[in-house]
Structure formats: C-alpha cells, structure tokens
Write a protein that binds this ligand. Structure first.
Ligand code: C2O
Ligand code: CU
Ligand code: CU
Length: 515
C-alpha cells in the first residue's frame, strides 16, 4: 500500500497538565490490573453469563493499557481553531461539488512531536461541509487508506446507496461519488465519518470525521454570531503515535487522555456576545455532560435541527454521535473552565470514580441576553404509529477469551452484513421500543431519518422527554426503555446501532430493510 506522507502543521491539537480523570482512566502508568479484585467484583455484579472467569488466567493481561503520552506533551490555551472549509468546486447554483481524500497524514503536533493520523484532505478534524437546503451534493471520495472505507452522512436523509453502508466499501486506492439532494426542512448540525465493515472505531480514532451543516434560507437565528465546538477524542501512546484500542476500550468505548475541541487540547474560547454554538459529540466512547452555569443557556436545536421553541438549560448531555445547538450568553466577565461533569455510565472493569473533565478555558464578557424568537419552527408529529418494533440490547462477557468472548448484541445477535434484521415500509409511521437490558449506558442511532422520542421508562417510572426535538441518536441508561416514533422515506438498507464506536464495530448493530 502506497502511504503518501504529508507534513502539515496544524495549529491545533494541544495540551498540558493531567486532567485527573484522563489520568485515572487512561491508566497512564500502565495498569497491571492488580485490582483483579475490583474487576471480579464489578463483573460479578453483572447480570450476564460469565464463563471462564479466572483471575489467574492469562486472558487478563490483554486488558493492560499501553503507556500513554503525558498530557503535558501538548500545549493548551491556544485560540480555538476554526474549521478548514470544504470548498465548493461547482459554479452552478444549488450544487455543492467537492472531493474528500482519506489518507494517512503526518501532523506536527509540536516541534518535537509528529503523529500520523488518517484524515480527510490532510485535515483533523476533516474539512467542514456547509450546504443549503435544496442543494444537490456531489462528493467524490478517494480512498488512499491502507484499508477499505465508506463515508456515512450521519443524520442526513441520504439515499441508502449513498449513505456509506458497510456493503458499499470503497476499495483501497479506489474512489466513488456520493450524490444526494438535501431536502427542505432538514437544516441542522450533522457530521460525516467512515462506516466500513469492522473498521469504524479505528478509522474514527485515527482522525476521520468532519462536520456537515445544513443551512436554511429562512433561519430564525441567522442574526446571531456562531461558533462550532466539535468535541473529539485523542489517545496517544508514549511514543506520540495514536494508541491502539485496549481491551478496556473495546469493552467500554475508547477514552483517550486528550479531549479535543476543534482538534485543539483545552483551547481558549472567547464568548463576548450572545452566540449560537453548535456542538458535536464526535467521541468514540466518552459521554459529555457540559456545565453551562456560567451562561444564560438556551437549547435551540437537537440532532435534526431547531426545536419548536428555545428551552432553558444549565447543562447539556450529549452521548457519542449526538449534536445540539445552544444559544449562550455569558453571565459574568472573566475566565472559567468549560467542564464536562462526571457522569457514571457504568463502565466495566476496575471501578473508577468518574471525574469532571476540563475541555477548554472560557474567556467571557458579560452582556445582556439577546431576545430569541418565541417560535423557531414547527416540528412534524408523524401521526399515529401503525407498525411496532422492539429492540433489546444485551451483553455477554466470557473472560479469558479476549475479544471473541465479548459480545454486544441487539435482539440476541451481533451484526451480520448479510442478514436483514427488520423490515419497514416506506412512509409507514412506526413505534420502536428500545430496551437497554444491560448494566451500562448504550445509545441508539439509526441512519436515514430523524425520530421523535415518545417517552423514557426506568425502574417502572415513565416520563416524557424534557423537550421535543428531532433526534437520530439517543442515550439509554442501564435497564432504561425508550419509545420512539419513526418514519423511513427511502427504500434500501439502513443501519441502526449503539454509537459507542467500539460497540458498533464489535457488532452492536442491526440492519433494517425499507421496502
Ligand atoms: Cu454516526 Cu452509523 O453512524
Ligand atoms: Cu449515522
Ligand atoms: Cu454501546
């Protein structure tokens, strides 16, 4: 394989002192699992079949973490980078045409640290795509990676054959054109990332992902200045190269020692007026629970675009894959940390105490909040469901068998590219009941459409969602059940899965055939 190497200086990706949590979770000193005991305890607490669990067995060694680069290796406090745009090559009105080339690239993170990433157009994060509703998009993807790939347009109503299904791999050295029309009404905050068979986790953690914004010509918030905060994960081994996934990463979802915003480690972000901020949780496994107490914060949009009306919040929870739009007005002037508050998602293995994580340094200027329109849009309601489906998430762990002993399943099955799990009819309103029958959080994502959450049920307690918005990804706590209303409008195969990328990649994914 011809790996073309480029030297690019990215004024991004930065760092310094260890976040307590990053240290705790990255097993920085090369965890030896001396805590087999706590491992046993937590494993025994699981309601799952546990065969061959033997702490004297060699199988445990594969859970060791490799040594990681100290977070002091990257500078922090540099200005928040803005994205490199994907430039429209078309001169025709209403057409967006461009090329994305996925390839290895050497990035000089500091003058003494050069790291090989896999990137779109040599850029980490990938170039930012911005189009308008009604546009025709034609993107040629060239695969110069050492393995097959596809590009998936997460959250967008793209025809299945152009949505990067694992069945439609672009071979090494090959290319293909993705063509799709952006329908009216889907203005919102999306992203793109690979979706090849068994390779999603690795291709994303090596750097392949970018933002995709759809704009409306009648945007009720058009007057506000905007910022983009793409939160992604970077795990660097001691030698400064991207670390492989450990066994714990595969089990729990990868969480590296660096939480990046727009590719920068703990950048400095200035907010000096009422600002519309688009947020992406582009992490493999890390959950975000942002503390927004320093702001007058209004949630104005979810995965599929604007809410009906602004909804006041003081924190924002985003599981991997989810996006949000918030309007932030600083309440004070000064410097504070942007913090993702500790959230216990029931990870397996040694019991860590989850800790707050610093994502950035905020430099705030107090201003009076801008008045937002009372109504942002009218959401569809879909009407009454006439078809019903049930999904159940389960896990089994057989210790001592390495990865093959680890099973994350939907309805008792792991993903099979050649199997159709469910069938739906074009245009039929369906109600899906999704039950997380496991002891850890998983989320649910489906391709090709946006859904509405009907309710959540946990410990016999049913509740309506806090706000109504279009979603393509939603979290489920352990033993939580959610019901959603969903309609697919195009024929073909759609993937649905947990968006903790390791779980998806191992097989917590199913296939819906829309007929
Ligand atoms: Cu981000 Cu299958 O999706
Ligand atoms: Cu998707
Ligand atoms: Cu999962």
């Amino acid at each position: 394989m011809n790996r073309r190497i480029f030297l690019t200086r990215v004024a991004a990706v930065v760092g310094a002192t260890l976040a307590g949590r990053a240290l705790a979770e990255s097993n920085h000193s090369g965890h030896t699992m001396s805590s087999n005991q706590s491992m046993n305890e937590s494993m025994n607490n699981m309601d799952h079949s546990m065969h061959g669990m033997n702490k004297n067995q060699g199988g445990m060694h594969c859970m060791n973490e490799q040594k990681l680069l100290p977070t002091s290796a990257l500078p922090q406090g540099l200005p928040l980078p803005s994205f490199k745009p994907l430039v429209n090559q078309s001169t025709q009105a209403g057409v967006f045409e461009a090329e994305l080339r996925a390839a290895p690239v050497k990035v000089e993170l500091t003058s003494s640290l050069t790291t090989e990433f896999w990137a779109y157009n040599d850029s980490v994060p990938g170039p930012a795509i911005e189009v308008f509703e009604g546009d025709l998009v034609k993107i040629t993807v060239k695969n110069d990676l050492p393995q097959e790939t596809t590009v998936h347009w997460h959250g967008l109503p793209v025809p299945p054959e152009h949505d990067g299904n694992p069945q439609d791999a672009i071979p090494v050295g090959g290319s293909r054109v993705y063509t799709f029309k952006i329908p009216e009404g889907c203005a919102g905050t999306y992203w793109y990332h690979p979706h090849g068979h068994n390779t999603v986790a690795e291709q994303v953690y090596r750097g392949l992902a970018g933002t995709f914004i759809v704009r409306s010509k009648q945007d009720p918030l058009a007057a506000l200045p905007e910022q983009n905060w793409l939160i992604s994960d970077l795990k660097l081994a001691e030698n400064g190269q991207i670390a492989d996934n450990s066994m714990m990463d595969w089990m729990n979802g990868r969480e590296g020692q660096f939480a990046l915003i727009n590719g920068a480690y703990r950048p400095k972000i200035e907010v000096k007026e009422t600002t519309r901020v688009r947020l992406w949780n582009a992490n493999s496994g890390r959950y975000l629970n942002l503390n927004l107490m320093d702001f007058d914060a209004m949630l104005v949009g979810t995965d599929g675009g604007l809410l009906e009306k602004p909804h006041a919040i003081d924190s924002l929870f985003l599981s991997p894959g989810e996006r949000a739009e918030v309007v932030l007005t600083p309440k004070n002037t000064g410097s504070v940390s942007l913090i993702s508050m500790a959230y216990d998602r029931g990870k397996m293995g040694p019991k860590f105490i989850e800790q707050d994580l610093i994502l950035a340094e905020l430099s705030l200027t107090q201003v009076n909040a801008a008045t937002l329109p009372a109504t942002l849009r009218t959401l569809p309601d879909f009407g009454n469901p006439t078809a019903f489906k049930k999904l159940e998430y389960t896990e089994t762990m057989e210790m001592g068998k390495g990865m093959s002993g680890m099973k994350f399943m939907i309805n008792g099955k792991m993903h099979d590219m050649n199997r159709i799990d469910l069938t739906s009819k074009v245009g039929e309103v369906e109600e899906w009941t999704i039950f997380n029958n496991s002891h850890m959080d998983h989320n649910f994502h489906i391709h090709g459409t946006q859904f509405l959450v009907i309710d959540h049920e946990l410990n016999g307690h049913k509740r309506a969602p806090e706000y109504v918005g279009l979603k393509d990804t939603i979290n489920l706590k352990p033993y939580e059940t959610i019901r959603i209303k969903i309609v697919q409008e195009m024929k073909g195969i759609r993937m649905y899965h947990c968006h903790i990328l390791e779980h998806e990649t191992i097989g917590m994914m199913g296939q819906l055939n829309v007929i």
